[in-house]
Design a protein around this ligand. Sequence first.
Ligand code: AMP
Length: 215
Amino acid sequence: MKAVIFGPLGAGKGIHCQRLQRRTEVEHVEMGKILRDNKDTETPYGAPREYMEEGEFVPDELVNDIVERVLTEKESFILDGYPRTLDQAEFLSSIADLSVMVYMHVDDETTIDRLTNRRICESCDESYHPEYKPPATEGICDFCDAELVERNDDDEETIRRRIAIYEERVVPVIEHYRDELEQITIDAERPYEEVWKDFSTAIEPHLQESTTLVG
Ligand code: AMP
């Protein structure tokens, strides 16, 4: 499966893709995490941190270069957080044949609630929310026992800027793929386990024959 996943911030793309990766051959390629892991790396365009802390996009050239290196020889992946501009989409079509697009929907109020209350694992980047997806032990990651922290671009002002950029730049990319790819749409307002059930049921036919995700 070669898939792209879209949806507003806080839709839960990352947590569902991580769960998919743990249970299948599909690799979750998350551009935001790759950039966070390399935020202080100096490049000809500056360090990613300079853009990320403002909620701005890092330059297309930089993310295109990353994605080309990361996707080399990957047979099965779900791309999360890329492409986010039409130029990135054009570049992606020159290096990979996509088979399906997943779209997870939530409203702006849900985005703000989920992101302002979100905590992430400082080690593996897994996301948590006190109501939507609480950790088993408060403040500690279920998977690697590391501490949960707030992301430094999850303050309300930066979130609102990220929503505006999403609407201006990413929505046209989604429209572009609507005409080109099979689309799976998920209502992501509902509780985490219900969303996972829909997501896994819709994805399963795209996986290798032997893979069972549902149940
Ligand atoms: P995310 O974790 O997906 O919210 O991404 C965090 C930040 O990384 C974004 O606010 C951007 O600054 C940057 N970023 C992630 N993906 C991209 C992309 N495809 N193009 C440009 N900037 C990106």
